[in-house]
Design a protein around this ligand. Sequence first.
Ligand SMILES: CC(C)(COP(=O)(O)OP(=O)(O)OC[C@H]1O[C@@H](n2cnc3c(N)ncnc32)[C@H](O)[C@@H]1OP(=O)(O)O)[C@@H](O)C(=O)NCCC(=O)NCCS
Length: 334
Amino acid sequence: MSETGMSESGLSETRRAVLTGIGSYLPEHCVSNAELAERVDTSDEWITERTGIRQRYFAAPHETAAFMATAAARAALEHAGVEAISVDAIIVATATPDQAFPATAVRVQAALGATAAFGFDIAAACSGFVYALSVADAMLRVGQVDTVLVIGAEVYSRILDFSDRGTCVLFGDGAGAVLLQARQSPAGGPGILSTHLHADGRLGDILYVDGAIGRPDTSGFIVMQGREVFRHAVALLSAAVSEALAANHLTSQDIDWLVPHQANRRIIDGVGKKLGLPPEQVVITVDRHANTSAASIPLALATAIADGRIKPGQLILLEALGGGLTWGSALIRL
Ligand SMILES: CC(C)(COP(=O)(O)OP(=O)(O)OC[C@H]1O[C@@H](n2cnc3c(N)ncnc32)[C@H](O)[C@@H]1OP(=O)(O)O)[C@@H](O)C(=O)NCCC(=O)NCCS
């Protein structure tokens, strides 16, 4: 399969991963800051001021990562007008899978009836969606697959320590999915233009989940040094967006939208400011969804596409940082 070719008009075309569908799912139960303050020693004022979060969704027992991922994926397929049987691969980014195995992606494959697809999960915490997008992009460009579902799905409410008020107020549950399809795309045409991934395991102890199935003697809760994470987040994410722009010979003025990982309004504002992007060009959903980890970017993207802010042809810069630390960016022309 050739990666580059000529269109009928003689323009050079490249095989790219094009976003053709998007969908999302939020649990039914919405929890306001005031409601959370009934069980946690906190206040609406403190949470809003420090984080911009006003509410979050908490999953009911049946709303697992696989359940929500399936619902989001179904919506993305419907949006694209593509049948599940046409999907070649399913990648789910999650830190809160239903089971250690089978992978959440394989549960989603069965639920969708996507029997021609293979599937696997990616664990990169809040950077999971950008990591998954990067892997999908590579597989699509080399011709290994033509149609891929990339999903972020999380139920952080199940790993929150509600006695740790500095952490438990920040997170929520949800899922978002995109359908990527291989297309021959001209220069300036639609598709993923670049992805950049990073990790620094030396910072693993500033944000982690205490244990997993392989470590039964642990709490299973998120542990976070909030200030340390904050400090690294603004610096590393600002560097990541600069890296993405430089790699594509672009400036921030070429960007239509920044769709950041939705962790904290102050982190988002800090990165937007360093990028020199006006707040009107930054998509914010942290106020409504809180931090849904790997689901936050596709949820934000789905929200801004559904409400008509993000339009076909626009250039979107995604960035995320999470436990690991892991971080990265993706630049996409819709
Ligand atoms: C968590 C975060 C909001 C805390 O804000 P902060 O300004 O650093 O606050 P501190 O942790 O220093 O706490 C300040 C005070 O607020 C109190 N406090 C902490 N959580 C509180 C809460 N939910 N409600 C009320 N008071 C709270 C602390 O006890 C402390 O009180 P003290 O001064 O009397 O000791 C901030 O550090 C942050 O957003 N970090 C990034 C976290 C993140 O995004 N992680 C995910 C990345 S993917």
